[in-house]
Design a protein around this ligand. Structure first.
Ligand SMILES: [Zn+2]
Length: 261
C-alpha cells in the first residue's frame, strides 16, 4: 500500500464504495515521465496542480505541473505543453488535469522540469547583434547559478565582440598588435581615443583587474562577475541600445511628418 491513497476505502462516501480499490491507489490524475529526483525511468507521477504560464501559436498552452513521483515520493515541477489543437476548449481551465482518472500524457507532452537554471537572470539589453545577445544571455544564466568564471568568460566575449570592430584598421599610435588583441589593454586605448564613452571608464576597471589574457583560470568571485555584468550592460546599452532607440524615434518623427494621404 502506498502513501498516495492505496486502500483508502474508509474515506469513501456510501455512494462511492464502488471506488474502493485496495492496493491500486485512489483515482488520481497521473503523468508518466522520467523522475529527475530519483532517476526512475517512465515512472508514474500524481499530478498535484496545473498552471498555464504562456502559449504558442495562439492555441498551444504551456504549463507548469507539480507532480509527486510514486517511486521516491518527491515533488518535481514539470514544464509541459498542450499536445493537441482539438483540446483547446478543455485547456481554458487546466484544472481538468487534476481530475481523477486523467492520464496526463493524453493531453500534455513533458518538455522539461524546473531547476536552478530557471532562476531569474538579467535579460540582454535591447537591439544587440544576435551573437552578442546570445553571449550575454548565457553569461547571465551562469551568473544566476553562481558560476562566476563561466559568466565572466561570456561577458568578456560580449565586450570583445562589441569593441573589436571599433578599432581603426590601419596603423595608429600606441595600437600594437598586443593592444588590439588584449581586452585589458584595448579598452584603455579606446577610452583614451574617445572611441568609447569616457564616463564608462571607471566601470571598465573590472576588466583590467581581471587580468589580460583570460587565462586567469577559476579566479573570479561572484562579486567580480557582478562588476563585469554591470559594465557589460552599460557598454552594450551605449553602443547598441541607445543609438537604435534614437533611430526608431527619428523614423517615427519622419512618419508623422509625411503628408497625409
Ligand atoms: Zn522519483
Amino acid at each position: 500500500m502506498d502513501e498516495t491513497g492505496g486502500g483508502v476505502g474508509f474515506n469513501c462516501s456510501r455512494k462511492g464504495v464502488h471506488a474502493f480499490r485496495f492496493g491500486l491507489g485512489a483515482r488520481m490524475a497521473t503523468l508518466v515521465a522520467d523522475c529527475p529526483r530519483c532517476g526512475s525511468k517512465s515512472i508514474t507521477f500524481d499530478i498535484k496542480d496545473a498552471l498555464v504560464y504562456g502559449s504558442e501559436y495562439d492555441w498551444q498552452m504551456l504549463l507548469e505541473m507539480p507532480c509527486i513521483c510514486r517511486a521516491c515520493h518527491r515533488f518535481t515541477v514539470f514544464f509541459t505543453k498542450q499536445e493537441q489543437y482539438e483540446h483547446r476548449d478543455l485547456f481554458r481551465d487546466p484544472k481538468f488535469l487534476l481530475k481523477g482518472d486523467v492520464n496526463g500524457n493524453d493531453y500534455v507532452r513533458v518538455e522539461g522540469f524546473v531547476s536552478t537554471k530557471d532562476r531569474a537572470a538579467v535579460s540582454p539589453p535591447e537591439h544587440l547583434p544576435p551573437e552578442i545577445a546570445a553571449a550575454f544571455a548565457e553569461g547571465s544564466r551562469c551568473l544566476s547559478v553562481s558560476c562566476p568564471n563561466a559568466a565572466g568568460a561570456m561577458f568578456r566575449t560580449c565586450i570583445d565582440l562589441a569593441t573589436r570592430s571599433r578599432l581603426p584598421e590601419g596603423e595608429s599610435e600606441g595600437l600594437t598588435s598586443k593592444v588590439r588583441r588584449d581586452l585589458g589593454l584595448r579598452l584603455p586605448w579606446l577610452f583614451a581615443q574617445n572611441i568609447l564613452p569616457k564616463d564608462l571608464e571607471a566601470l571598465s576597471r573590472c576588466i583590467r583587474e581581471d587580468g589580460n589574457d583570460g587565462a586567469h583560470a577559476a579566479s573570479l568571485t561572484q562579486e567580480d562577475a557582478e562588476d563585469l555584468i554591470e559594465f557589460t550592460q552599460a557598454l552594450l546599452e551605449r553602443l547598441y541600445t541607445e543609438p537604435a532607440r534614437l533611430k526608431i524615434a527619428e523614423a517615427r518623427r519622419d512618419a508623422r511628418r509625411q503628408p497625409k494621404a
